[in-house]
Design a protein around this ligand. Structure first.
Ligand code: FMN
Length: 460
């Protein structure tokens, strides 16, 4: 495995997957703006060598293409989903080490977060700098079980942060700490090896340690070192770790922040105080751009495979599932053999999955990962009068502005608003298969020309 962020950056450079920008750019809007353009124009990862006001370089769009996640797992891109599913079965516990490079430099006095770390201000109406790639680590105050996830974190003062804690397990840990009138100790790890970073947002039943998932995916234990000022263990080779506590019962306005859904949101959110910053010598800061490709790669493979497993348990005729727009659009491929199959999918999926707002079901001759193919199926196979299903008053996602109700206050769940939902049946009627036969070229010919064409292929 690539054991840390810096060795992954080297690996990306060797693979021709990284560009370096030498001009000095500001962490306020300029670096985020450049990351978005690099993502759209060439898709590579990007290292900003000179960051205005800092001696710390910034790397962005790290996992912005699936092939870079495949590189992190050291498998070909075509084997990504299958490798994830296979390795996800195995949990390998982390290994405790005595010393970690993340503690080469320890700052425990005069904490000034936005002096030490080039935290970016991403969008023009953002309230200030936001950590977007920080993995928040904490322990269940009752059971001691570890939990972690990515949460948006606003830098509010020298040592003060606002944290959007609306998903379990961490939101449950905070509730339990508050029931005891205690602070919740946290550590924020920034600049992780790509597999631990990816694993921190894998769907996991509460109680499962995501470091064990990371170990399974990496096929070796992740090294952890004891934090300096909180009772937690942190990734030994992270670039930065911030240690501190979430204060009990305190809520303050956090935001606006331009979210993963492409809109600004503010909430009344918990407040954290940092008492120690540790970092490596010559650290690198990892920026995760909201509403850009890296977020999709992070969730596509894991959320897709884990949701597909759940859906297939109820509906075995579903063959594949592809999520777009943070899962609000779900594309499903089905081997339909009865006309009621698609309605059954809508009845199961739309009420039970708060993320999915629009479900589109297609036949097995449609590649659900190719938007053009899906549009083709919608354009030519949907008969709007009979193929659309609308369901009302179902659970929705708080960071979708079209959802209503609930309080837009982070409590324990991101999923407290209400919305109507749409099911689109883009499958062919069973008794009309012939009329809908998709045009094609003989398989043997396709295989032969594929070999010839691939010699001329350039990386997109
Ligand atoms: C890019 C990204 C940003 C996220 N931001 C937040 C956030 O600000 N607040 C939050 O409560 N959850 C956020 N999440 C979700 C949590 O990280 C979530 O717990 C995790 O994805 C799923 O793991 P779980 O099964 O342990 O909940 C974010 C997820 C991703 C992928």
């Amino acid at each position: 495995m690539f054991e840390d962020l810096r060795s992954f950056i080297e690996g990306l450079e060797k693979a021709g997957e990284l560009i370096r920008i030498q001009e000095e750019l500001s962490p306020v809007y300029e670096i985020p703006g450049a990351i978005r353009q690099v993502d759209k124009r060439m898709g590579s990862a990007v290292l900003f060598e000179k960051v205005q006001g800092f001696s710390v370089p910034v790397v962005g769009n790290l996992l912005g293409r699936r092939r870079r996640l495949a590189l992190a797992l050291r498998v070909p891109e075509e084997e990504l989903a299958q490798t994830y599913s296979a390795r996800r079965q195995r949990l390998i516990p982390p290994q405790r080490v005595e010393h970690g490079p993340v503690q080469e430099v320890v700052i425990s006095q005069n904490i000034q977060i936005s002096r030490a770390i080039p935290v970016l201000t991403h969008h023009q109406k953002d309230a200030g700098p936001y950590f977007t790639s920080a993995t928040t680590l904490a322990k269940d105050p009752v059971t001691g079980v570890r939990g972690m996830g990515i949460h948006r974190i606003q830098v509010k003062g020298d040592d003060t942060l606002g944290i959007f804690l609306a998903t379990p397990p961490l939101s449950h840990f905070l509730r339990k700490a508050e029931e005891r009138d205690q602070p919740l100790e946290i550590a924020l790890a920034v600049g992780l090896d790509p597999i631990t970073f990816f694993s921190s947002v894998v769907w996991a039943p509460e109680g499962v340690d995501k470091f064990e998932i990371a170990g399974g995916l990496a096929q070796q234990p992740i090294e952890l070192v004891k934090a300096r000022s909180v009772d937690l263990e942190v990734p030994a080779r992270a670039e930065f770790v911030l240690e501190g506590s979430i204060l009990p019962h305190r809520r303050e306005k956090e935001g606006p922040f331009g979210e993963s859904t492409g809109y600004y949101f503010s909430f009344d959110n918990p407040v954290a105080q940092i008492r120690t910053i540790t970092h490596r010598r010559n650290p690198v800061y990892h920026a995760l751009m909201p509403f850009a490709s890296e977020e999709s790669v992070l969730i596509d493979i894991s959320w897709e495979m884990d949701h597909l497993k759940m859906v297939q348990e109820a509906l075995p005729k579903v063959r594949r599932m592809h999520l777009r727009n943070l899962g609000e659009i779900a594309l499903l491929q089905i081997a339909k053999d009865s006309e009621g199959d698609v309605a059954e999918i809508f009845r199961y999926l739309l009420p039970s999955n708060p993320f999915v707002k629009v479900a589109i079901v297609v036949d097995t001759d449609v590649d659900i990962t190719d938007p053009q193919e899906v549009e083709w199926a919608v354009a030519t196979r949907v008969r709007p009068q009979q193929d659309l299903t609308v369901m009302t008053d179902l659970p929705g996602v708080m960071i979708d502005p079209s959802t209503t109700g609930g309080e837009r206050t982070a409590r324990e769940s991101l999923l407290i608003t209400r919305t109507s939902k749409l099911g689109i049946d883009a499958t062919v009627p069973l008794n009309e298969r012939e009329r809908y036969e998709k045009i094609d070229i003989p398989e043997a010919v396709k295989a032969r020309v594929a070999q010839i064409v691939s010699k001329y292929e350039r990386k997109g």
